[in-house]
Design a protein around this ligand. Structure first.
Ligand SMILES: O=CC(=O)O
Length: 332
């Protein structure tokens, strides 16, 4: 457990480094209480003034900003902050932040993938097991009181020893691969570049990966290049018994196409933690027993959030002491 009290604290209130919290008024986080003794936190969401006047007023003093969860951070907002050098994203995905503007301005970014990787990977594997073994289906069957009156004969798929393709071998994808190796699965992956010293086989494109896989697990970031990376051709290549799992972002998949494939039985099943228009989920999926739906909660454990708080604290502390940062997100 992190102990923030033990960390060296800046001396007087005036000495506290200024950090801007960027959050929607609806997003609260215990981070505020944790950081308050160590940093002078500016929170426009708590101010009666419009955010733009609040930001203009404090613009010059803000060198670091914490972006809470998926609060959109546009070029327009960034332009109000000419002294900004660091964005600490309290999320693994950073598709809600204008990366092009950050790249042009040389703003450094850290994200939370080191804090979230293990729990997100557990969730991906849990979805795969659930889709293959129909665990949620069985749960619904028991709760509906059907067991005493009829037998549950829904046949699932074996999950062990399957060929699994991971799309995006960052920290989360790597943890997924490690876990599935223990189930006897053979692991291959696709990412922008082949990773040195990784024991999994590399496919330079997703179509080839899908052709060689029984299940695809999406763990990559959402970018212009990965938007709808899972399309009709990829789903066809995955085949009628193929399973798709998504713990990345909804728009990695062309969702309308996926729904059609599932309704026609042209794919074996799907485990989805993320959706194109969250929290709206295509209602057609509600009736399908080979689909497991999860409300974007792959990272939500108390341990993950504790690790996130520690990471945010450590990065801010390091930044203001000119020390190396952890979990830097490379903007390309
Ligand atoms: O989806 C969760 C995250 O990006 O942290």
């Amino acid at each position: 457990m992190a102990s923030y009290a033990n960390q060296e604290c800046f001396q007087s209130n005036d000495d506290l480094p200024i950090v801007l919290l960027h959050r929607l008024p609806s997003f609260n986080s215990p981070l505020k209480d944790i950081l308050q003794p160590h940093f002078h936190l500016l929170d426009p969401a708590d101010s009666p003034e419009p955010a733009s006047s609040f930001l203009s007023c404090h613009a010059k003093s803000v060198r670091a900003l914490i972006c809470i969860y998926n609060t959109p951070l546009s070029a327009e907002t960034l332009n109000l902050l000419p002294s900004l050098e660091l964005i600490v994203a309290a999320s693994a995905g950073v598709d809600h932040i204008d990366l092009e503007e950050c790249r042009c301005r040389g703003i450094i970014m850290t994200n939370a993938s080191t804090a979230f990787a293990e729990d997100a990977a557990d969730h991906a594997v849990a979805l795969l097991i659930d889709v293959c073994r129909r665990i949620s289906t069985g749960d619904r069957f028991v709760r509906a009181g059907l067991w005493p009156v009829k037998r549950d004969c829904s046949l699932g798929f074996k999950m062990g020893r399957k060929r699994v393709g991971i799309v995006g071998l960052g920290r989360i994808g790597f943890e997924v691969g490690k876990r599935l190796e223990a189930f006897g699965c053979s692991i291959a992956y696709n990412s922008r570049k082949k990773k040195p010293s990784v024991p999994f086989s590399y496919h330079a494109n997703v179509l080839d990966l899908a052709e060689d896989s029984d299940a695809l697990i999406l763990c990559c970031s959402l970018t212009e290049q990965t938007h709808h990376i899972i399309n009709k051709d990829v789903l066809e290549a995955l085949g009628k018994e193929g399973v798709i799992i998504n713990v990345g972002r909804g728009a990695l998949i062309d969702e309308k196409v996926l729904v059609q494939f599932l309704l026609r039985g042209d794919i074996g099943g799907a485990g989805l933690d993320v959706f194109e228009n969250e929290p709206d989920v295509p209602r057609e999926l509600f009736e399908l027993d080979n689909v497991v739906l999860s409300p974007h909660r792959a990272i939500f454990t108390s341990e993950s959030l504790e690790a996130l708080h520690e990471l945010v604290f450590t990065n801010l502390k390091a930044f203001f002491s000119n020390k190396p940062l952890q979990s830097v997100f490379q903007i390309e």
